[in-house]
Every structure is written in structure tokens, then in C-alpha cells.
Ligand binder design. Sequence first.
Ligand code: ADP
Ligand code: MG
Length: 269
Amino acid sequence: MTDFSHSPSPQIIAIANQKGGVGKTTTSINLAAALAEMALRVLVVDLDPQGNASTGLGIEAEEREMTTYELLVGDVPLGEVIQPTALDGLSIIPATVDLSSADIDLISNDRRSFLLHDSLRQSAMGEFGFDYILIDCPPSLNLLTVNAMVAAHSVLVPLQSEFFALEGLSQLMLSVREVRQSANPGLRIEGIVLTMYDKRNNLSRQVEQDARENLGDLVFETLIPRNVRVSEAPSYAMPVLSYDSNSQGAVAYRALAQEIMNKHRLMAA
Ligand code: ADP
Ligand code: MG
């Protein structure tokens, strides 16, 4: 029987910031888990050669024969690279270090910026039944991140609540503008989420104030607190929502998922 209860084409969100260590992977894993908890069907695309999202979702090295590298460079069909995770409703396309040579391997490919777009925006996408696709980007504005931005409906930017947090943002916004002009005019900013927030720390509060003054509504209400349970969860190959369901980190990622859902409902209305 055909299940019509899910949207025919998924919302695709690229989680990007060219700085490393700001919470991209943590946000990809835990936002995905929070959406899946809401009975939505979610696909995480690991687009970072470091493969941290794959590890964090329990996909071991020997389970990574079919990866984003095979999808992009090997032209392997989408259905052959998606695999389930231990969590209901949550699937992944894993990554390995192979992906680090993608920009060289694709140099003579005219559609090299559109490869992920061509896979994820194909007309048959609805048959996979996903509601959301989250793309975990590498810490760079390279060809992989461009592929993510060309494929996505929106970009979600994790911003670490520390000094210089806002500095790299103009460069990121410039990339978004370039992708809009060249390939993906509909690309939105989903929002900017402050991560590793410490409300007792003046600097965190200052970064929040600066971000809200300069970026207004683009900044999510939800703040992701610095929470040791969040940083422990990946070594147990679980999202924090499974590892410690009542932790501050888990609660915050559920709130972020809800905030995004509300926004999308308003947009659809
Ligand atoms: P990125 O993908 O942007 O490089 P990560 O998501 O890997 O960043 O996060 C960098 C480090 O910070 C990781 O060790 C992660 O466990 C830790 N971390 C991320 N978010 C939090 C948080 N809210 N509280 C505590 N540690 C966090
Ligand atoms: Mg990462």
C-alpha cells in the first residue's frame, strides 16, 4: 500500500560553517534524531571526509562500503548508498576519508557542483519517503559544501558562542549569495543556532546579543547549551537524545526541531 502521509519531496537542509568544531556534526546528528523522534523520516548525508556523523550514528568502518564518495564520484544510485541506523526513522549515507579527494576526482566533470543536487532533487525522491534530509558539511567552503548548498532548500549555521564567532559569517553568507546567483536562487538561510552556550559566561551572552542585534530573526530562539552529555554521546555511537534523553542538550535539540517545524508549517500555510 502506498503511504501518502509523508511529504512527496523532503526539505533539504545543509548544516554549514567553514569553521571546524562549532557544532555542525553534533547539530546534524541530534537535530536528525529529534525530528525522527517526532515520527518524521530523516536522512543524514555525511559530507565530511572525517565521517564523524557516521561514527556518531553508529556506522562502523566496515559498514561504509557505499558512501557519499560512491554517490558523487562513482555515480552509484541513491538507493544503494542509503542505510538504516539503529534509530527508527533515521537513515544515513555515511562517509569515509575517500571523500577528501572528491574535488580532484571531479575536476573534469562539468556538473561537479550539481552532483548532490541531481541525486537528492530527482523526481523519484518521494519514493524514499523522507521528510527531512540534513547534510553535514565539512569545515570548508569547498566543492563539497557547494554541492550541499546547491542541493539544499536552506542552510542552517551553527555558531559557537565564543569570541570571533561572527567573524567567518560574512564569508559564509557570500558563498550562499554566490550559489543563489549561479545555481540555486531559492536557497534560504534556515537560521543561525548558537551552540555550546553557557549562560553564566559573559562572553556567551555577549555573542548572543551581538548575533541578535546584527542578524535579527535569523537567530533561533533556541540556544544549545554546553553540556557534557552532548560531548559524551558520540563515543557511545548515539545521539544525546538516546544517550541521555533528559539531558539539557537533548531537551535543547528537541526545542530546535520544534522551532524549525513551526517555521516550515508557517511557510507552507
Ligand atoms: P563540527 O562538526 O562543526 O566540527 P562538532 O559537532 O564535531 O563540530 O563539535 C566539536 C566538538 O564540540 C565535539 O567534540 C563535540 O562533542 C563538542 N560539542 C558540540 N556541541 C556541544 C555541546 N552543546 N556541549 C558540549 N560539547 C559539544
Ligand atoms: Mg563535523
